[in-house]
Ligand binder design. Structure first.
Ligand SMILES: Nc1ncnc2c1ncn2[C@@H]1O[C@H](COP(=O)(O)OP(=O)(O)OP(=O)(O)O)[C@@H](O)[C@H]1O
Length: 264
Protein backbone atom coordinates (compact mmCIF):
# COMPACT_ATOMS: atom_id res chain seq x y z
CA UNK A 1 0.00 0.00 0.00
CA UNK A 2 1.50 3.34 -0.88
CA UNK A 3 0.61 6.46 1.03
CA UNK A 4 0.48 10.03 -0.22
CA UNK A 5 0.56 11.39 3.32
CA UNK A 6 1.17 9.95 6.76
CA UNK A 7 0.84 11.95 9.96
CA UNK A 8 1.82 10.75 13.40
CA UNK A 9 0.86 12.44 16.64
CA UNK A 10 0.73 15.99 15.24
CA UNK A 11 0.35 18.64 17.90
CA UNK A 12 0.12 22.41 17.62
CA UNK A 13 -0.42 25.04 20.28
CA UNK A 14 -1.10 28.73 19.65
CA UNK A 15 -0.93 31.60 22.09
CA UNK A 16 -3.80 33.99 21.53
CA UNK A 17 -4.36 37.04 23.74
CA UNK A 18 -2.39 35.35 26.53
CA UNK A 19 -4.60 32.27 26.15
CA UNK A 20 -3.18 28.91 25.12
CA UNK A 21 -5.11 27.21 22.31
CA UNK A 22 -4.44 23.53 21.72
CA UNK A 23 -5.36 23.52 18.03
CA UNK A 24 -4.14 19.95 17.35
CA UNK A 25 -3.87 17.41 20.15
CA UNK A 26 -2.17 14.47 18.44
CA UNK A 27 -3.45 13.77 14.93
CA UNK A 28 -2.73 10.44 13.23
CA UNK A 29 -3.84 9.86 9.66
CA UNK A 30 -2.79 7.92 6.58
CA UNK A 31 -3.94 8.99 3.15
CA UNK A 32 -3.70 6.37 0.40
CA UNK A 33 -2.51 7.42 -3.01
CA UNK A 34 -5.39 8.31 -5.35
CA UNK A 35 -8.12 8.84 -2.78
CA UNK A 36 -10.12 11.89 -1.72
CA UNK A 37 -9.68 12.06 2.03
CA UNK A 38 -12.13 14.27 3.89
CA UNK A 39 -11.33 16.15 7.04
CA UNK A 40 -14.75 16.94 8.45
CA UNK A 41 -15.10 19.20 11.45
CA UNK A 42 -16.80 22.29 12.83
CA UNK A 43 -15.27 25.78 12.69
CA UNK A 44 -12.17 26.00 14.85
CA UNK A 45 -11.67 22.22 15.15
CA UNK A 46 -8.15 22.39 13.71
CA UNK A 47 -8.64 21.52 10.03
CA UNK A 48 -6.81 24.52 8.55
CA UNK A 49 -3.99 24.21 11.05
CA UNK A 50 -3.37 20.65 9.87
CA UNK A 51 -3.49 21.69 6.19
CA UNK A 52 -1.06 24.53 6.86
CA UNK A 53 1.37 22.12 8.53
CA UNK A 54 1.00 19.57 5.70
CA UNK A 55 1.72 22.30 3.16
CA UNK A 56 4.93 23.42 4.97
CA UNK A 57 3.50 26.80 6.04
CA UNK A 58 3.51 26.00 9.76
CA UNK A 59 5.81 23.83 11.86
CA UNK A 60 4.18 21.35 14.25
CA UNK A 61 5.16 21.38 17.94
CA UNK A 62 5.30 17.59 17.93
CA UNK A 63 4.86 14.70 15.54
CA UNK A 64 5.83 13.97 11.98
CA UNK A 65 4.10 14.38 8.62
CA UNK A 66 5.48 12.76 5.48
CA UNK A 67 4.30 13.46 1.95
CA UNK A 68 5.26 10.63 -0.41
CA UNK A 69 7.91 9.74 2.14
CA UNK A 70 9.37 13.27 2.46
CA UNK A 71 9.30 14.99 5.83
CA UNK A 72 7.35 18.28 5.59
CA UNK A 73 9.71 20.01 8.02
CA UNK A 74 13.10 18.60 7.07
CA UNK A 75 12.46 18.21 3.33
CA UNK A 76 10.07 21.10 2.77
CA UNK A 77 11.36 21.98 -0.72
CA UNK A 78 10.82 18.44 -2.00
CA UNK A 79 7.32 18.41 -0.50
CA UNK A 80 6.49 21.79 -2.07
CA UNK A 81 7.20 20.34 -5.55
CA UNK A 82 4.61 17.62 -5.00
CA UNK A 83 1.74 19.59 -3.50
CA UNK A 84 -0.51 22.53 -4.08
CA UNK A 85 -3.04 24.12 -1.80
CA UNK A 86 -6.24 26.10 -2.22
CA UNK A 87 -7.53 27.97 0.80
CA UNK A 88 -10.88 29.66 1.43
CA UNK A 89 -9.47 33.05 0.60
CA UNK A 90 -7.25 32.43 -2.39
CA UNK A 91 -4.65 35.12 -3.02
CA UNK A 92 -4.61 36.77 -6.42
CA UNK A 93 -3.39 39.89 -8.10
CA UNK A 94 -6.89 41.27 -8.05
CA UNK A 95 -6.28 44.04 -10.59
CA UNK A 96 -4.91 41.55 -13.12
CA UNK A 97 -7.11 39.37 -15.28
CA UNK A 98 -7.81 35.72 -14.58
CA UNK A 99 -5.60 34.71 -17.48
CA UNK A 100 -2.72 36.91 -16.30
CA UNK A 101 -2.98 35.37 -12.83
CA UNK A 102 -3.00 31.87 -14.27
CA UNK A 103 -0.09 32.54 -16.64
CA UNK A 104 1.89 34.03 -13.77
CA UNK A 105 1.39 30.86 -11.71
CA UNK A 106 2.26 28.70 -14.73
CA UNK A 107 5.50 30.67 -15.21
CA UNK A 108 6.55 30.07 -11.60
CA UNK A 109 6.04 26.34 -12.11
CA UNK A 110 8.02 26.31 -15.36
CA UNK A 111 4.99 25.62 -17.58
CA UNK A 112 5.27 27.18 -21.07
CA UNK A 113 2.74 29.80 -22.10
CA UNK A 114 1.41 27.57 -24.90
CA UNK A 115 0.94 24.60 -22.57
CA UNK A 116 -0.59 26.81 -19.89
CA UNK A 117 -3.12 28.34 -22.29
CA UNK A 118 -4.18 24.88 -23.44
CA UNK A 119 -4.80 23.81 -19.86
CA UNK A 120 -6.49 27.08 -18.90
CA UNK A 121 -8.99 26.88 -21.78
CA UNK A 122 -9.75 23.23 -21.11
CA UNK A 123 -10.34 23.75 -17.38
CA UNK A 124 -12.31 26.96 -17.94
CA UNK A 125 -14.65 25.25 -20.36
CA UNK A 126 -15.15 22.44 -17.88
CA UNK A 127 -16.35 24.82 -15.15
CA UNK A 128 -18.31 27.13 -17.37
CA UNK A 129 -15.91 30.07 -17.23
CA UNK A 130 -16.43 32.10 -20.36
CA UNK A 131 -13.21 32.67 -22.40
CA UNK A 132 -14.11 36.34 -22.80
CA UNK A 133 -14.39 36.76 -19.03
CA UNK A 134 -10.91 35.36 -18.52
CA UNK A 135 -9.59 38.75 -19.61
CA UNK A 136 -11.49 40.62 -16.88
CA UNK A 137 -9.76 41.66 -13.66
CA UNK A 138 -10.16 39.10 -10.88
CA UNK A 139 -11.73 41.75 -8.63
CA UNK A 140 -14.78 41.77 -10.94
CA UNK A 141 -15.36 38.03 -10.41
CA UNK A 142 -17.87 36.56 -7.98
CA UNK A 143 -16.52 34.47 -5.07
CA UNK A 144 -17.58 31.30 -6.88
CA UNK A 145 -15.75 32.25 -10.02
CA UNK A 146 -12.65 33.27 -8.10
CA UNK A 147 -12.71 29.91 -6.36
CA UNK A 148 -12.89 28.12 -9.70
CA UNK A 149 -9.90 30.11 -10.95
CA UNK A 150 -8.03 29.24 -7.73
CA UNK A 151 -8.72 25.53 -8.20
CA UNK A 152 -7.87 25.69 -11.91
CA UNK A 153 -4.59 27.39 -10.98
CA UNK A 154 -3.71 24.71 -8.45
CA UNK A 155 -4.59 21.78 -10.74
CA UNK A 156 -2.69 23.36 -13.65
CA UNK A 157 0.53 22.49 -11.83
CA UNK A 158 -0.58 18.84 -11.65
CA UNK A 159 0.24 18.28 -7.97
CA UNK A 160 0.49 14.71 -6.74
CA UNK A 161 -1.20 15.80 -3.52
CA UNK A 162 -3.79 18.56 -3.55
CA UNK A 163 -4.77 20.21 -0.28
CA UNK A 164 -8.19 21.83 -0.56
CA UNK A 165 -9.12 23.85 2.50
CA UNK A 166 -12.89 24.40 2.42
CA UNK A 167 -13.03 24.75 -1.35
CA UNK A 168 -16.79 25.37 -1.45
CA UNK A 169 -17.44 27.36 1.75
CA UNK A 170 -19.52 30.44 1.02
CA UNK A 171 -20.48 29.44 -2.51
CA UNK A 172 -24.05 29.40 -3.76
CA UNK A 173 -25.50 25.93 -4.46
CA UNK A 174 -24.81 26.05 -8.18
CA UNK A 175 -21.21 27.26 -7.86
CA UNK A 176 -20.73 24.64 -5.14
CA UNK A 177 -21.88 21.85 -7.47
CA UNK A 178 -19.65 23.13 -10.27
CA UNK A 179 -16.60 23.30 -8.02
CA UNK A 180 -17.34 19.81 -6.66
CA UNK A 181 -17.61 18.41 -10.16
CA UNK A 182 -14.32 20.11 -11.12
CA UNK A 183 -12.63 18.48 -8.13
CA UNK A 184 -13.90 15.02 -9.09
CA UNK A 185 -13.01 15.50 -12.72
CA UNK A 186 -9.46 16.71 -11.98
CA UNK A 187 -8.91 13.83 -9.61
CA UNK A 188 -9.95 11.32 -12.31
CA UNK A 189 -7.94 13.06 -14.99
CA UNK A 190 -4.72 13.57 -13.05
CA UNK A 191 -4.98 10.69 -10.61
CA UNK A 192 -4.10 13.15 -7.85
CA UNK A 193 -4.61 12.42 -4.17
CA UNK A 194 -6.77 15.03 -2.45
CA UNK A 195 -7.07 16.06 1.18
CA UNK A 196 -10.19 18.16 1.49
CA UNK A 197 -11.52 19.95 4.56
CA UNK A 198 -15.16 20.81 4.89
CA UNK A 199 -17.91 21.43 7.37
CA UNK A 200 -20.45 20.32 4.83
CA UNK A 201 -21.56 16.78 5.63
CA UNK A 202 -23.20 16.23 2.26
CA UNK A 203 -20.04 17.34 0.51
CA UNK A 204 -17.96 14.90 2.53
CA UNK A 205 -20.29 12.08 1.61
CA UNK A 206 -20.42 13.03 -2.04
CA UNK A 207 -16.72 13.58 -2.68
CA UNK A 208 -14.73 11.54 -0.20
CA UNK A 209 -13.69 7.90 -0.19
CA UNK A 210 -12.57 8.14 3.39
CA UNK A 211 -13.39 10.62 6.14
CA UNK A 212 -11.88 11.64 9.47
CA UNK A 213 -14.10 13.60 11.83
CA UNK A 214 -12.14 16.15 13.83
CA UNK A 215 -13.43 17.91 16.92
CA UNK A 216 -11.47 20.15 19.31
CA UNK A 217 -8.13 19.18 17.79
CA UNK A 218 -8.68 15.43 17.97
CA UNK A 219 -9.85 12.85 15.48
CA UNK A 220 -13.01 11.37 16.90
CA UNK A 221 -13.53 8.66 14.33
CA UNK A 222 -12.34 7.77 10.83
CA UNK A 223 -13.29 5.31 8.13
CA UNK A 224 -14.92 4.82 4.76
CA UNK A 225 -18.08 6.89 4.50
CA UNK A 226 -20.32 3.82 4.35
CA UNK A 227 -18.36 2.14 7.17
CA UNK A 228 -18.96 5.08 9.50
CA UNK A 229 -22.67 5.02 8.87
CA UNK A 230 -22.77 1.24 9.31
CA UNK A 231 -21.07 1.64 12.71
CA UNK A 232 -24.14 3.39 14.10
CA UNK A 233 -26.88 1.81 11.99
CA UNK A 234 -27.96 -0.48 14.84
CA UNK A 235 -28.93 2.64 16.79
CA UNK A 236 -29.99 5.05 14.05
CA UNK A 237 -32.07 4.08 11.05
CA UNK A 238 -30.66 5.32 7.69
CA UNK A 239 -27.99 7.41 9.43
CA UNK A 240 -26.56 10.57 7.93
CA UNK A 241 -23.17 12.09 8.66
CA UNK A 242 -24.84 14.48 11.07
CA UNK A 243 -25.95 11.37 13.04
CA UNK A 244 -22.42 9.93 12.91
CA UNK A 245 -21.03 13.16 14.35
CA UNK A 246 -23.64 13.27 17.09
CA UNK A 247 -23.14 9.61 18.06
CA UNK A 248 -19.39 9.98 18.45
CA UNK A 249 -19.19 13.43 20.03
CA UNK A 250 -22.43 13.58 21.98
CA UNK A 251 -23.29 16.97 20.48
CA UNK A 252 -24.83 18.04 17.20
CA UNK A 253 -22.61 19.58 14.56
CA UNK A 254 -24.29 22.96 15.06
CA UNK A 255 -23.69 22.84 18.83
CA UNK A 256 -20.06 21.90 18.18
CA UNK A 257 -19.64 24.84 15.79
CA UNK A 258 -21.03 27.13 18.48
CA UNK A 259 -18.84 25.64 21.23
CA UNK A 260 -15.67 25.87 19.16
CA UNK A 261 -16.43 29.42 18.06
CA UNK A 262 -16.93 30.35 21.74
CA UNK A 263 -13.64 28.84 22.86
CA UNK A 264 -11.58 30.09 19.86
N1 LIG B 1 -2.32 31.79 13.96
C1 LIG B 1 -3.10 31.49 14.99
N2 LIG B 1 -2.95 32.12 16.17
C2 LIG B 1 -3.73 31.82 17.22
N3 LIG B 1 -4.69 30.89 17.21
C3 LIG B 1 -4.90 30.22 16.06
C4 LIG B 1 -4.12 30.49 14.88
N4 LIG B 1 -4.55 29.67 13.88
C5 LIG B 1 -5.56 28.93 14.42
N5 LIG B 1 -5.76 29.27 15.71
C6 LIG B 1 -6.75 28.66 16.64
O1 LIG B 1 -6.62 27.26 16.54
C7 LIG B 1 -7.89 26.61 16.57
C8 LIG B 1 -8.06 25.79 15.30
O2 LIG B 1 -8.20 26.66 14.19
P1 LIG B 1 -8.29 26.17 12.67
O3 LIG B 1 -8.30 27.40 11.80
O4 LIG B 1 -7.25 25.17 12.40
O5 LIG B 1 -9.72 25.48 12.64
P2 LIG B 1 -10.62 25.05 11.42
O6 LIG B 1 -11.19 23.74 11.78
O7 LIG B 1 -9.86 25.15 10.15
O8 LIG B 1 -11.77 26.12 11.46
P3 LIG B 1 -12.50 26.93 10.27
O9 LIG B 1 -13.48 25.97 9.69
O10 LIG B 1 -13.15 28.05 11.00
O11 LIG B 1 -11.43 27.37 9.33
C9 LIG B 1 -8.91 27.72 16.71
O12 LIG B 1 -9.22 27.85 18.08
C10 LIG B 1 -8.19 28.96 16.20
O13 LIG B 1 -8.69 30.12 16.81
Amino acid sequence: MSYALTAENIKKVFKKNKKIVHALKGIDIQIREGEIYGFLGPNGSGKSTFIRIASTLLIPDAGEIKVFGYDVVKEATKVQRLINRVSVEASFFKKLSAIENLLFAAGIHGISKKEALKKIYAISERVGLDRERLNDPLEDFSRGMQQKVAIARAFMTEPKLMLLDEPTTGLDPRAKREVQSLIMHMKEKLGATILLTTHDMEEAEKLCNYVAIIHKGRIIVKGHTEELKAMISHRVKNPTFEDVFMEFTGVSFDEAEYEEAESA
